[in-house]
Structures are given as structure tokens and as C-alpha cells.
Design a protein around this ligand. Structure first.
Ligand code: C2E
Ligand code: MG
Ligand code: MG
Length: 300
């Protein structure tokens, strides 16, 4: 909206272009405001720091445990990136993942994180530690990047990672485009053929569709934390039915973002398989996770 008709047309065009760059798929109309310029400047800064940070290892691997409700044992962990910049401190995924998704750098970050996970699993295997599956997030930008699975397979082989120890988390937004369904189906098949597991992340948030369960042969569904923000009877009925549907389909189910004992009780009553959330632990740096793993259950 042009508040000042005397403004230079080039500035007006520039602002319109900036706003258009932030249009997301569901949003046909976007408006410029001054906060956007600040955001653009901040993101430009982060963007220029990316290469050096990858080289210097400023992107750190954090792990958040998943606990089985049946056995009460740690049954897996999710790898989450933390950007610890020597000058700017800790930068959270919400500040940079959307940016790197837009400009495509996320693919390099994803494979970097995957390699970090493989290094760690390899090291733990050498130390004779008990291994649990680790899941890594995979941006939808990877889909359509040629034969990207092969790059992951090479790294898996380089570190001699046994099958079924790494899971890829694919977000539902991945499947926005129905034409991509066939491609994604093949990718999941290819991942399975190479000994990877697959999960559907953030299920139930945004554009989820039950039809996806019919289409995709995933091993696990992760129910999004948004699901558990309310505490109504209706919500628990929906959760309960989703859990039994997943079970009938032979799919495991993880409840994400669980914080309270009340939620845990309801999830147990509804026969949920696994829980990931602050109730057990926040995401931890790899060394802290190792300590947590070794002491978990002892104090009980
Ligand atoms: P996600 O994959 O759904 O990961 C779960 C997020 O929920 C994490 O946020 C985690 O810290 C947070 N969380 C877990 N338990 C709780 C809880 O009990 N309460 C609350 N309030 N939050 C909880 P985080 O680490 O900030 O990551 C945000 C998102 O960024 C992730 O959501 C994922 O989509 C993305 N992300 C993180 N690391 C990577 C990566 O290496 N590659 C890609 N492509 N995306 C990543
Ligand atoms: Mg995830
Ligand atoms: Mg999630």
C-alpha cells in the first residue's frame, strides 16, 4: 500500500519485490512493512555467515530422546540443528530454517547434519554402546534434487551404519503438490531399500491429510505438538482414533512436544507408542545426551 505518493517509484517497486519474496504457497497476497526490511537485513546477514559456519562446524548436533510408553526405555532420538555462532551466539532453527528452505541451502545443511549423526553412531558403535535409531529431518527442498538419496547412501556406507538405525523425518508440507506424490512414494521405497526408516513429521498440523497414510509406506507418524495444546475430550478422541488407525496400519506413533504428566497419562491410556518432549528432556548437545542416556531410569 503506497502511503506516500511522492516516494521514488524505484523504492516502491523494490519494496513490492521484497514483499513478494516472502509470499508463501497458501498466501496469495502479501504486504510490505518496515519490519520486513529488518527481517531481510537479518536474513542477509545470516545468509552470508552460512558457508563459513558449515566449514567451522558452528552447526551443532543436538539430540532429543524418544521414550517408549510400553517399556519406559529410550527407544530413539531426533537430531535437531543448533547454530552456535562464535560472534552472534545461539541462533534457533526458526530464525534460519525458513530462510535456507527458500534459498535452497537447507539441502547442504541437511546432509551435513546427517553426516554428523553418522559420525556419532559410528563412534558409539566402536565404543560398544547400545544403539537406538536416530531420526534426521529432511527438507522438502531435497525432493526433486536428482538422485539425492544416493548421496545419503554413500555417507551411510562410509561410516558403516547398520540398517534401521537412521530414520528420515519428512514433513507433511512436503506433499503439498499432489503431482509429487508418485516421486515421494518412490523416494520412500528407495530409502527403505537402502535400510533407512521413514516417518511423517508434524502430522496433524496444517495441511494434513489422512489420505497420505494410504499413499505412503511410512514406518512412523509423529503427531505434532499443536495437537496437544488444547485438552478437550474431543481432542483426545481424535488422538485416540489416530493412534488406533496407525496401529491397524502397522505404523508406529510418536507424540511430540509433550510437557505435562497429565498428557502422558492420557497418551498411555490411548496406547501411544512413543513420546518426545520436555517431560523427558529438551534437545541436548551430543555429549550431554550421552550422559542423559546413561543415567536415565537410574534415579527412579
Ligand atoms: P520438528 O522436526 O517438528 O522438531 C521438534 C521441535 O519441537 C524442536 O524444535 C524441539 O526442540 C521442539 N520440542 C520438542 N519437545 C518440545 C516440548 O515439549 N515443548 C516445546 N514447546 N517444544 C518442543 P526446534 O529444535 O526449534 O526445531 C524446529 C524445527 O526446525 C523442527 O521441527 C524441524 O522442522 C526444523 N529443523 C530442526 N533441525 C533441522 C535440520 O537439521 N534440518 C531440517 N530440514 N529441519 C530442521
Ligand atoms: Mg522433526
Ligand atoms: Mg515435528
Amino acid at each position: 500500500i503506497i502511503d506516500d505518493p511522492d516516494m521514488d517509484i524505484r523504492i516502491i517497486q523494490d519494496r513490492a519485490r521484497t514483499a513478494a519474496g516472502y509470499q508463501d504457497e497458501g498466501n496469495q497476497c502479501v504486504f510490505y512493512d518496515n519490519n520486513l526490511t529488518e527481517k531481510v537485513n537479518r536474513e542477509m546477514k545470516l545468509d552470508t555467515l552460512f558457508d563459513e559456519s558449515i566449514q567451522n562446524g558452528d552447526f551443532k548436533l543436538y539430540l532429543q530422546p524418544k521414550v517408549s510408553l510400553e517399556t519406559n526405555e529410550i527407544c530413539g532420538a531426533e537430531a535437531l540443528v543448533r547454530w552456535i555462532h562464535p560472534e552472534y551466539g545461539a541462533i534457533y532453527p526458526s530464525d534460519f530454517i525458513p530462510l535456507f528452505e527458500r534459498n535452497g541451502k537447507i539441502c547442504r545443511l541437511d546432509i551435513y547434519m546427517f553426516e554428523e549423526v553418522c559420525k556419532l553412531v559410528h563412534q558409539w558403535k566402536e565404543e560398544g554402546r547400545k544403539l537406538v535409531p536416530i531420526s534426521v529431518n529432511l527438507s522438502r527442498r531435497n525432493i526433486g534434487m536428482g538422485n539425492f538419496v544416493q548421496n545419503y547412501v554413500e555417507i551411510k556406507e562410509k561410516y558403516d551404519i547398520p540398517d534401521s538405525l537412521i530414520e528420515f523425518e519428512l514433513t507433511e508440507s512436503l506433499f503439498f503438490n499432489t503431482q509429487q506424490i508418485q516421486i515421494v512414494k518412490q523416494i520412500i521405497e528407495e530409502m527403505h531399500a537402502h535400510g533407512f526408516l521413514c516417518s511423517l513429521d508434524d502430522f496433524g498440523f496444517g495441511y494434513s491429510s489422512l489420505a497420505l497414510l494410504k499413499e505412503f509406506d511410512v514406518d512412523t507418524i509423529k503427531l505434532d505438538r499443536q495437537f496437544f495444546l488444547g485438552d478437550s475430550d474431543k481432542m483426545w478422541k481424535v488422538v485416540g482414533k489416530l493412534i488406533s488407525l496407525a496401529k491397524e496400519l502397522g505404523i508406529h506413533i510418536v507424540a511430540e512436544g509433550i510437557e505435562t504428566p497429565e498428557q502422558l497419562i492420557c497418551l498411555k491410556e490411548n496406547d501411544c507408542d512413543m513420546v518426545q518432549g520436555y517431560i523427558y528432556s529438551k534437545p541436548l548437545a551430543a555429549l550431554d545426551f550421552k550422559k542423559w542416556f546413561d543415567t536415565y531410569g537410574r534415579e527412579k
